[in-house]
Every structure is written in structure tokens, then in C-alpha cells.
Design a binder for this molecule. Sequence first.
Ligand SMILES: [Zn+2]
Length: 426
Amino acid sequence: MVSLSRFGRREIPGALELFCNVEIDNRSEEFAFRIFAESSVLARISPQPAAFVLAFLIPAMERGEDIFVDASLDHAFLHRLQTYAISMLASKNSAFKKIDVHAAGTHHVKASSINLGAMTGMSCGVDSLRTLMVYGPDGENVPDKYRLKWLSVFDVGAFHDSELQFHPALDRAKSVAERSGCQAIGVSAQMQQYYSQEFAKSCTVRNVAAAMCLTDITDTYLVSSTYPWNVIGADKRAPTAMEAVDPILLPLLSHDGLEMFSACANEGRHNKVLEIIDRSPFVHEIDMCTRAVVKRDYRINCGTCQKCADFLLAAELIGKLDYVAHRFDMEAFNRRRFRIYQRIVTDTVIMRWTYPNLARPLDIEKSLKVPFGSIFLGSFAAYCILVTRWIKTLFKKRPPRGKPQTVPLSRLQAAVNKVPKPDQIS
Ligand SMILES: [Zn+2]
């Protein structure tokens, strides 16, 4: 059993803490979300028990233990969580077991009578910059409810070193917020110790937990989606990252006080990259690489990982490589260009066999004039990998083969006839 009780808030220098007592793994301890914003904003924020439920939802499902909340939850939120979200997450990941969530009571969270504006996470990656382009203060034809007022940075497990990375990321979000007419806000919570699996397998629920803390200051939370519609799903062919179910999961975790949806899920990554390079005023802030290096006294993207290489090759395709070059380690990119092409060919061939919907369009390689050597070596490597995978599947334990058992129709009919009719039941 995971038990959550004694919810409260306290102000500390430069931040606000929303806390509760959690009983988990036979320990009883305090868990807190720390929120960083202007003091006038912090004054409006109150503890949201639903945020704590979401923070401990996956840890409880990993342990197969019910959650008990000593507080009232929004009735619709609890219903959708209990009936749909938990079973969908259990279908997505076999390590998550179905559990129950018990609340001390239920109520109805009403939507705010004034427009509080929308919020999105601002990592300065491709997806978040695209969401800012579409839903920012300059976005065209955007309903007021979905127009961005807040740019958030959530430190809930994405940063490898949260001490070193969270505050610089928040400062950069503040700079983008000031220039785009928004406000920045940061939320930090030490969740990692309760989770067994890597961040990508629970990222959506963790980020939504942090967003739920901010129900008092926002109406809508736009999650910048990574995956396009054609790979969304909870079955085995979909990508294993939790983001692959964002468009299904987010409405199930919403309530009238905070609507959440998957923003720009209608666009593929290649389209987003081209739009950002071509039109975003924040393209010079691009920070998309987990292997970023420090050069010329500031952090730049590595230039050689798959994300960086895709971005730079797209920039080259539309003749804007020089325009974005200062944000990347171009020396490494140019030095390893042959290998990069080779890896693109390998990835593309593998993707076409495994996730055809996520594979790059063929015309990209044609436009890039990939050298024959890269095509040959890249394809050879891909087919070696695919054949090795296929051989491995042959040695996997399979259920015994045999003809599926069929029952003759006459036997089925006889079995149905044996069922007593209602008037025969005494
Ligand atoms: Zn990189």
C-alpha cells in the first residue's frame, strides 16, 4: 500500500514547497514539489493532492500496491484514472500492474471563471519550440484558452544531473519567456528514488504530476508531442516510450480545472525541424542533444548524434546550415559526415522493417546525395543487424505449436442447449 496524507505548503527562500507525507516500502517520509517563480505567482498556488497521486502512480503500479489518499479528489479525474488510465498504462508496460486508487472523498474541480492561459514545457528542443511557434502569443488563429502564457521547466527525472542542469535550463526558459511575452516557472521533485525503470517509460505521468501542481495558475497544459499519430498506441508494435500514448493518456488525466492534450501531434519531426529552422525566432536557442558539449564557453549541441545530425542535414537541405551552425559542434559534424550518412542509411533501413511509420522519407537521402560508400556500408550493417535479430527470435522460447483446437458446431449447439432456461432455475 502507498499512502499519501498531510498535504501542505511552505514558503522557503526563492521558492514554494508543496509537500505531503508518503508511506511506501514500509517507510514514512516527506515528499515535496519545489516551485520556482515570482513571489506573487507562488502566493496563488495551493497543494493539489492529484499531483501527488500522479507522482506515485507508476511507483505504486510497479509494486502492485493500491494508493490511499487522505484527501478529496476531483470525481471525474478519479473515475478516468481508475477506469481507463491505469488499465491503459498496464497494457502499455507489462511491469505496471493494475491497482486501485482510494480517496477520502470526491468533489468537482470547476474551471476558472477567468482565462488563466496555457502552459507548455520549454526545453528548447524541436518539439517545444514548435509548440511555442504554433501556440505562442504570436500564434495565428489560436483560441484564448490554448494561447501560451507560461513556459515551464520540470525537473522530475529528465536531467542527468539536476543540480547542474535544472537552473540553467530554467534561466534559458526565462529568457525565451521574456522575449515571447510569456512567464517562466520551474518545478523540481526528487522522484527518481521511487521509480524502477528509465525516465522515458514514465515521462508523461511525471511531467503531468508537476503540471497538476500548477492548476491554480493555468487552464491548459500542452504537452509537446514527440510521436506522430501513425505510431501512437499501447500495443507491442508502438515505441516503448510512454510518450507513444500521450494523445490517449493526457485527456484521461485531465479535469475541468486543467485540460491537457498533445500539442502538434499532427506533425512529423522532419516538418517541425524545417519549420523551426525556417521561421522560429528562437532557433538560436536550440538545445536538443543529450550529449551536448561545452565549447567557446557555452553549451552547444554535439553535432553527431542522430538528433543533431538530422537537424543539421535538414538545415543543409534548405540552405540554412550556416544560419544554425554556431549552436553545434560543426567540426565534429564535418569530420564524421561519412559515418553520419552511413548511420542514417542503417537506421532508415532498420526502421523501414521495424517501425515503417517512423522511417525517414526516401527523398531525404536522395536530396542529400549520400555517397555510394555510405549507402553500401550502411545497408550492409542494417541487414546484418536485422538478420541477427531474426536468428535470435528463432531461439526464443515459443508456446508449443499445434493446430488450434476447433469445436464442431453441433457440439457448441449441444452445449448451449444444456444451459438451463430462466424458468428451469429453481
Ligand atoms: Zn547531439
